[in-house]
Design a protein around this ligand. Structure first.
Ligand code: 1GP
Length: 255
C-alpha cells in the first residue's frame, strides 16, 4: 500500500533523512513552459515535495499549476494555502495550517471550520500543521495578510514553547516560516532550539537562498526545507541544493 505523506515525513524524521520541498506560488508562474521545465528539473533533482500556494493568489491558476504538476512528475503535490479559497482536489495533500504564532482566531480555527466539510469530502490527505511565522527584517506578506505579529527571531524560547504547545494539541507537523523572499532566514539557533523541544517533523522555509544556508538550517535540525523565491529567480540553484541534501543524507547512510 502507498505510504501517506505523513508516514513518509515521520519515517524520514526518525532516520534523520532530510527532504526538499519546492514551493510554487501560482501568482508568480510566468508561463506554462517555464513551469513545465522547472517541474522536469525538480524530478531530475529528486525534489521530495512540490508545495503549491501563496499568501495571495490574484489569478485563477491554482488548478492549472496543480494539474500540470500532477501530469508532469510523480512528486507529491501538497497545498500550502494562504486561505480557504486555495483548496484544489487534484493535489495529494494539504497543509492544514493553524497559525499558532499568532492570535487571530480565524487562522487558528475559523477557516478550518469553513474548509472542513470540503476536505472531508475530498481525497486530499490532511496534514495538521502548526504554522509559525518568524520575523525577518521587513513585514512579510504572510504576516500582513494574517494580521498577526510574527515571533521575534531572537526569542528562541517563545518559538520552542509555541511549537511544544502545537505538538501537545495534536498537530503533526511544525512549519516555521520567515516569509516568502525574507531577507533573513530563520536563525539556526532558533531552529535548533525548536528541534530539541518537539518530536514531530519540522519544516523550515523563508529566505533560504543559498546552498550554504540550506546546510546551516539542515544541521540545525530542520527535517524539510522549503524554497520558493530563490529557485524562481535561479532554477539552477535547485541542482546545487539537491546535491547538498544528497550529501547530507549520504553521510547518514540512509539515502
Ligand atoms: C514561504 O517558506 C516559503 O512561505 C518559502 O520562502 O520563497 O523565501 O523560499 P521563499
Amino acid at each position: 500500500m502507498k505510504k501517506s505523506i505523513l508516514e513518509i515525513l515521520n519515517e524520514r524524521k526518525s532516520s534523520g533523512q532530510k527532504s526538499l520541498a519546492l514551493l510554487i506560488d501560482p501568482d508568480k508562474v510566468q508561463d506554462l513552459k517555464a513551469l513545465t521545465n522547472l517541474l522536469h528539473m525538480a524530478e531530475e533533482c529528486y525534489v521530495d515535495f512540490v508545495f503549491v500556494g501563496g499568501s495571495l493568489i490574484t489569478n485563477n491558476s491554482l488548478t492549472e499549476v496543480v494539474k500540470t504538476a500532477k501530469s508532469i512528475c510523480d512528486i507529491p503535490v501538497v497545498l500550502f494555502p494562504g486561505n480557504t479559497m486555495q483548496i484544489d482536489i487534484y493535489a495529494d495533500a494539504i497543509l492544514y495550517l493553524s497559525l499558532i504564532s499568532g492570535r487571530n482566531p480565524d487562522l487558528l480555527i475559523g477557516q478550518h471550520v469553513v474548509s472542513a466539510p470540503i476536505l472531508k469530502n475530498s481525497s486530499l490527505e490532511v496534514l495538521p500543521t502548526g504554522y509559525m511565522l518568524v520575523n525577518s527584517e521587513s513585514t512579510s506578506a504572510a504576516s500582513y495578510m494574517s494580521n498577526t505579529r510574527p515571533i521575534p527571531p531572537d526569542k528562541e524560547s517563545v518559538a520552542a514553547c509555541t511549537a511544544m504547545a502545537g505538538e501537545m494539541l495534536g498537530l503533526r507537523l511544525i512549519y516555521m516560516d520567515a516569509g516568502s523572499g525574507a531577507k533573513m532566514n530563520i536563525p539556526a539557533k532558533m531552529v535548533r532550539t525548536v528541534r530539541k523541544s518537539i518530536d514531530i517533523p519540522l519544516i523550515v522555509g523563508g529566505g533560504i537562498n543559498t546552498s550554504e544556508k540550506v546546510k546551516q538550517v539542515l544541521e540545525a535540525g530542520a527535517d524539510t526545507i522549503v524554497i520558493g523565491n530563490a529557485i524562481e529567480k535561479n532554477p539552477n540553484l535547485l541542482i546545487e541544493v539537491s546535491e547538498k541534501i544528497y550529501d547530507f543524507n549520504k553521510s547518514l547512510n540512509v539515502h
